[in-house]
Each structure stands twice: as structure tokens, then as C-alpha cells.
Design a protein around this ligand. Sequence first.
Ligand code: UDP
Length: 235
Amino acid sequence: MAYKRILLKLSGEALMGERNYGIDPKRLAEYAEDIKEITNQGVEVAIVIGGGNIFRGVAGASNGMDRVQADYMGMLATVINGLALQSALEDADIPTRLQTAIKIEAIAEPFIKRKAVRHLEKGRVVIFGSGTGNPFFTTDSAAVLRAIEINADVILKGTRVDGIYDSDPEKNTNAIKFDKLSFDDVLKKGLKIMDTTAFTLSQENELPIIVFDMNTPGNLFKVIAGENIGTIVKN
Ligand code: UDP
């Protein structure tokens, strides 16, 4: 395996599967199987999950809601997704712990870095919920932050697109896919992979990012095995 410890970032929208809102149990079960394939190989897996399938702070604020209040709602949405993912992983017999940046101790452990690392060493999948715990951030920033904290080898951004293109492949059929980019290339070409805060944090800490299509079963294993099926960003 090319990587020993990974941080997988899953967007909330990915959990919708074929639906327009909420959580598709079929999609969760597929993800659990994909994750099991790599934990079976001894790969240590931490996951940051988004909340966009349920609520986004920006959307709330654009409807007149207080932004901070709306962002807390978004963070709670990520906890709902975290609980759903935990349940699906446990159904697949994968030991799992959910840790949250906002304390909700009846249902999740508080985020404690040393404890998270210990869980990983014991072969448990650790899901990080409620983002960074701060409004005005995204779960992409939370993913990079946690990845650095736990010393992950790489951050894997599972999307519905199979990598980074020079233009939107869902709109432009002639879009060209990149196999490999440096952080500077991404900035020079004006490509958008993550929000600026998340991207800068990754660049400053030399944390490689792989963007790949998580919706094709078996792809996660291929990425971990070192196959070049997505786009890797590293120096
Ligand atoms: N959020 C936040 N701080 C964080 C992470 C998330 O306030 O550190 C809120 C924010 O409102 C965001 C929502 O939680 O819109 C859901 O997260 P995100 O939009 O990143 O989810 P995704 O797009 O990955 O589904």
C-alpha cells in the first residue's frame, strides 16, 4: 500500500446518492465496503464528513439567518452524517469512533488528538464531526487541519469527478484532466480544489491532496495501492 495513514474527506452531498436531500443508505453501505477493503490491508483511516446534504451556513445566511447561527446548524449537520456513517461502518464490522469538535458527549467523544491517534493505531476508523468547531470555516479546512494534526500521509478528497480538470468536465466535454500538479501550478492556473484557507494550510504543511472519484466502488483501494486514477497535488 502506498499510504499508511489517510484522511478521507467526504462531502455531505456525496451521501445523497441518487436523492436530492439527506442520506442514501445504499451509498453509505458502498462507502463502508470501500473503506473495509483498505482497513483490511492495515491502512489507518480517518474521515472528515461534510454537511451540505442537510444544511450549509452560507445558504442559511442568504435567507436572512444570522451567519454564525447558520454555521452551527451546518456543523450539527456534519454530526448527523457522522453518526450515519458510523452506523454503516459498524454494520460492515469496522470498529469506529466518532469525535466532534463541539462537545456532544452523549453521542460522540470530544476531539482529542492523542486519543484519535490511539484509535487509529488500534485499527479503528475515526470520524471527525462538526468541522473545526468554528463558524466561517468549511469541512475542507477541517479535513486539512485534522490530517496535519494526526500526521496523515495524504488527504483524499472523494468527489463525483475523477480528478482535477482545466475546466468543468460536467460542462465542457473537451476539458483536460491533470494527473499531477504542484501547489503552485494550482494557483497559477487558478484551479479550484478546496477553499483558499484549506488549500493554503495544505500547501504550507506540504500535505499532498488526491482528488478522485469516490462513487466508483473499488477506486479508494486503487488510490491507496498507488494507482494514478485521480489527480495528485504535491510539491
Ligand atoms: N461548518 C462550519 N465550520 C466548520 C465546518 C463546517 O461552520 O469548521 C458549517 C458551514 O456552515 C458549512 C456546513 O457546516 O456550510 C457544512 O459543511 P460543508 O459545507 O463544508 O460541507 P460539504 O460541502 O463538504 O458537504
